[in-house]
Design a protein around this ligand. Structure first.
Ligand code: SAH
Ligand code: SF4
Length: 340
C-alpha cells in the first residue's frame, strides 16, 4: 500500500483526479497532515465520509519506529526501525539559530568512503520518500518542537536515490507541507557528477554541499572510491557550472584526517583549486570510530590549515563538533545495532 507521507501535493492531486474528485482535496490533506499534524482520517471533517473511507483504504499512514535515543546537551540521536527491520538514524542539533535535523537517505551506502561508518556497511536499499518525511514528523513530535532546517547528511548518498530525495525535498518545502524554506535544506553529496547536473537543472535553490575532502586525485582516490569514477577536475567543473547556473554559493566539506589530508601543502593546493570560486569551505574535525583506523587532526593543525585558506582569500569555517560522545557521526549508531 502507498504510504501517504511519500506523496507530493502534485501526486496527491493526480490521485484525487483518478478517483474523480477535485484536485484541491490534495491541499486539504496536506493541511491535515503537515499543518494541523492530524493523521487520524476520521477527524478530517472537511472531507466527505466516502472520501475518508477511500483514503483509508488506499493509503498507509505507518511511521518508522523510534527504537533508541541518545542525548547530549546539544544533540539528540535517534535510531529508527523500518517496516522491513532495517535501521536508519537521524540526528537533531540545537543551534543558536534553530533546530536542525540530519536525515538519512539510504540504508547503508555503496560509495565506500574509507573514513565513513555508513559506507563500511554496504547499501541495503534506498529509502522511500515517506521514510525520509516521517523521520522529521516522528522527531518533531518527540521533541515537541519544530525543525527549522534539514540536512541530507545522515546515512546514504542522496544523489544515488535521486527521485525519492527530490520528492522528499518538494514535500518538506511545500508551503502547505512542512513549509521548510528551500534555503534551509542542504543536500550533501560525495560527488556524483551527472546527478549534480541533473540537480542543477531542477532550478531549486537548495544548499548544495560537496564532500571534497582532498585537494588532489592522489589523496582523494585513496579515501573516496567515487573519485576513481569522477575525478577532481570533473567535479570542480561540475561545481563551477552549478554555481554559474544557479547563482548559489556551494559549500565544500573537508574532513580533517590526521596525516592524510591536513598538512600545509594540502591547504595551499586546496586554496589554488578553489580560488575565484563562489564557495565556502567547512573544515570538519573527523569523528573517530572504533572500526576505522583513521584519526582526527590536532586542533592546532586544523587552525593552521584554516589560516592558510583564509590568507588566500577563501571563505572558511571550522565545523563545531556535535555529538562526538553519542556517536553522532554518519552511521555509527546504526552500525552498532546491525552488529549486535
Ligand atoms: N553521502 C553524502 C552525505 C552523507 S555523509 C556525502 O558523503 O556527502 C555527510 C558528511 O559526513 C560527508 O561530508 C561525509 O564525508 C562526512 N563524514 C562521514 N563520516 C564522518 C566521520 N566519521 N566524521 C566526520 N565526518 C564524516
Ligand atoms: Fe556514503 Fe557519504 Fe559515507 Fe561516503 S561519506 S560512504 S558517500 S555516506
Amino acid at each position: 500500500m502507498n504510504n501517504i507521507y511519500g506523496f507530493t501535493r502534485e501526486k496527491l492531486e493526480t490521485y484525487f483526479l483518478s478517483i474523480e474528485e477535485k484536485k484541491f482535496k490534495a491541499l486539504q490533506v496536506f493541511e491535515w497532515l503537515y499543518e494541523k499534524k492530524i493523521s487520524n482520517v476520521e477527524e478530517w471533517t472537511n472531507l466527505k465520509k466516502e472520501i475518508r473511507e477511500k483514503i483509508k483504504e488506499d493509503f498507509s499512514f505507518a511511521m518508522p519506529k523510534i527504537i533508541r535515543k541518545e542525548r547530549d546537551t546539544l544533540t539528540r540521536k535517534y535510531l529508527f526501525e523500518l517496516e522491513d527491520q532495517n535501521y536508519i538514524e537521524a540526528v537533531v542539533m540545537y543551534h543558536d539559530y534553530g533546530i536542525s535535523l540530519c536525515v538519512s537517505s539510504q540504508v547503508g551506502c555503496n560509495m565506500g568512503c574509507q573514513f565513513c561508518e555508513s559506507g563500511r556497511l554496504k547499501k541495503v536499499r534506498n529509502l522511500e520518500t515517506f521514510e525520509m518525511v516521517s523521520q522529521i514528523l516522528a522527531i518533531e513530535s518527540d521533541i515537541g518542537d519544530r525543525i527549522s532546517s534539514v540536512v541530507l547528511m545522515g546515512i546514504g548518498e542522496p544523489l544515488d536515490n535521486y527521485e525519492n530525495v527530490l520528492a522528499f525535498i518538494r514535500i518538506i518545502n511545500d508551503a502547505k507541507g512542512l513549509a521548510l524554506g528551500i534555503r534551509h535544506i542542504t543536500l550533501s553529496t560525495s560527488g556524483l557528477v551527472p546527478k549534480i547536473y541533473d540537480l542543477m537543472k531542477e532550478n531549486i535553490q537548495i544548499n548544495l554541499a560537496i564532500s571534497l575532502h582532498a585537494p588532489n586525485d592522489e589523496i582523494r582516490n585513496k579515501i573516496m572510491k567515487v573519485n576513481q569514477v569522477y575525478n577532481i577536475s570533473q567535479l570542480i567543473r561540475a561545481i563551477k557550472d552549478y554555481i554559474a547556473y544557479t547563482n548559489r554559493r556551494v559549500t565544500i566539506e573537508y574532513v580533517m584526517l590526521k596525516g592524510i589530508n591536513d598538512n600545509k601543502n594540502c591547504a595551499e593546493e586546496l586554496a589554488s583549486l578553489l580560488s575565484h570560486m563562489n564557495v565556502y569551505v567547512n573544515l570538519i574535525p573527523y569523528n573517530e570510530t572504533n572500526h576505522i583506523h583513521l584519526y582526527k587532526s590536532d586542533k592546532e593543525t586544523i587552525s593552521n590549515f584554516c589560516a592558510v585558506l583564509k590568507n588566500r582569500g577563501i571563505n572558511v569555517t571550522i565545523r563545531k563538533e556535535f555529538g562526538g560522545k553519542i556517536s553522532a557521526a554518519c552511521g555509527q549508531l546504526r552500525s552498532k545495532e546491525v552488529e549486535k
